[in-house]
Design a protein around this ligand. Structure first.
Ligand code: BGC
Length: 443
């Protein structure tokens, strides 16, 4: 991986910070409630299912066992991609009653929502004490940090994983039985999808009861149509949202949506992924493919479903659409020392090698990657992803907080919501052009 080529770096710019963001002024009174003299540390995530819950519970259990006076609890709020948790978290932070720590995507979601307005303590001491400035890749460090007015860099969250959003998952038996090959282009996808349709199998399972899952489909199609540089340019103002390549992508998107399950709007992402799993051995599954981030691997593994194959989303080969879950320290956290201890395990190689094998993600800490023998190991998918992470062009995910300011992501999703109900390419493109202008990035 050439760090210099990591485009995530380029899309984030936090020019100035509110001074209070750098100060550590909250009280450290224990919040109590742990029972038996334990001090409670409340952590909020949106990990409630499959490998997400198992992985986080594994690391919490280890922390609690190692620290008998502390008790981390995961107040998880269901809803993929934080579709419910993020609003709840913002309300709590604004009200001055944040949890002690919470899940937040690196990049714009962290920096624009919490760091720039001054709601987080910096973690410079943890980064220095643990050597993290050399253990996390530069592209990651750049978007969990911000500079103060004097130009000094401060670190604001600890990345626990790296996820890849643009992966196409498929049921291997269905593909073999129908002589099909996993599609590498959208044209191939349409040929495969027609063959599956003729056999009565839904080609593509989508669960967009949170619209982000459908927006992620568009994100992948844009990457495929524009390439890494062209896609990056959408978020920096260099690529014209009104351009012909974007029209091509939106036209492809319109066609792809004709191959999805009719009940998509009532399903969550994991319910849609489960459509690839046959109800009983030998039965035909409801769907043959799903386009989802690699938390789907955690879901399949957790359900003991081994008959899945994967490939980069059509047209996305050698482009890693990246995001990371991270945890920080709200300035109003009640037990800062306890939180810092917990963040220390989250950032450590040992902690990352405990969590990520369940989650489907790869470790963010570059010294991780080899869990001790006897512990859960990385899957074949994850070993592949680790190789891709080093070799691919890296682009930031919009749906998972890295590419664009939260308001812009909201406008992107609003446009997608309208399109899913009434798929008109011109209307969608006009809305996306306007969204870039409203974000202040396009003229
Ligand atoms: C998070 C993942 C999570 C997925 C589904 C993403 O935004 O980064 O950790 O598994 O949403 O909830």
């Amino acid at each position: 991986m050439k760090l210099a080529s990591r485009r995530m770096i380029a899309v984030i710019s936090v020019a100035a910070l509110v001074a209070s963001a750098c100060s550590s002024n909250a009280t450290s009174a224990p919040s109590g409630g742990g029972g038996g003299g334990q001090t409670a540390i409340e952590v909020v995530s949106w990990w409630t299912t499959g490998g997400e819950a198992s992985g986080f519970n594994a690391i919490i259990d280890k922390f609690n066992a190692d620290n008998p006076t502390l008790k981390v609890t995961n107040s998880a709020i269901a809803g993929g991609a934080g579709s419910n948790a993020q609003a709840a978290l913002q309300n709590r932070v604004l009200a001055g009653t944040p949890p002690d720590s919470f899940q937040v995507h690196m990049g714009h979601e962290l920096l624009d929502t919490y760091v720039t307005p001054g709601y987080m303590d910096n973690l410079d001491d943890l980064y220095a004490a643990n050597g993290w400035t050399t253990q996390f890749p530069k592209g990651v460090l750049d978007i969990v940090s911000a500079q103060d007015a004097a130009g000094t860099t401060h670190y604001y969250s600890v990345p626990l994983d790296i996820h890849r959003a643009n992966v196409l998952w498929y049921n291997k038996t269905v593909f073999t039985a129908n002589n099909l090959t996993a599609p590498t282009t959208w044209d191939q996808f349409f040929t495969v999808a027609d063959a599956l349709k003729a056999k009565g199998i839904t080609p593509l399972a989508v669960g967009d009861n949170g619209i982000w899952a459908n927006g992620m489909l568009l994100e992948s199609i844009l990457i495929g149509a524009l390439g890494a540089d062209g896609y990056n340019g959408l978020w920096t103002g260099k690529t014209d949202w009104a351009g012909a390549n974007v029209t091509t992508a939106l036209t492809t998107y319109q066609k792809v949506l004709t191959y999805v399950n009719t009940d998509h709007s009532s399903l969550s992402w994991d319910q849609a992924a489960d459509y690839l799993i046959p109800a009983s051995a030998g039965a035909q599954p409801k769907a043959a493919m799903t386009l989802m981030g690699d938390w789907a691997a955690g879901e399949f593994d957790n359900k003991k479903f081994a008959d899945y194959g994967w490939i980069a989303a059509p047209g996305n080969d050698k482009i890693y659409d990246a995001l990371a879950d991270s945890f920080g320290l709200p300035s109003k956290a009640t037990n800062k020392d306890g939180v810092k201890k917990f963040l220390t395990i989250l950032g450590s190689a040992a902690g990352q090698d405990l969590f990520n094998p369940y989650k489907g993600s790869i470790p963010a800490n570059s010294t991780a990657g080899t869990p001790p023998s006897g512990a859960k190991q990385y899957s074949t998918y994850q070993t592949w992803a680790m190789g891709e992470w080093k070799a691919d062009a890296i682009v930031p995910s919009v749906e998972h907080g890295a590419a664009a300011a939260p308001k812009w992501k909201g406008a992107f999703e609003a446009a997608v919501t309208v399109f899913v109900a009434t798929p008109d390419v011109a209307t969608l493109q006009t809305s996306l052009v306007q969204a870039c202008k409203d974000a202040g990035v396009c003229k």
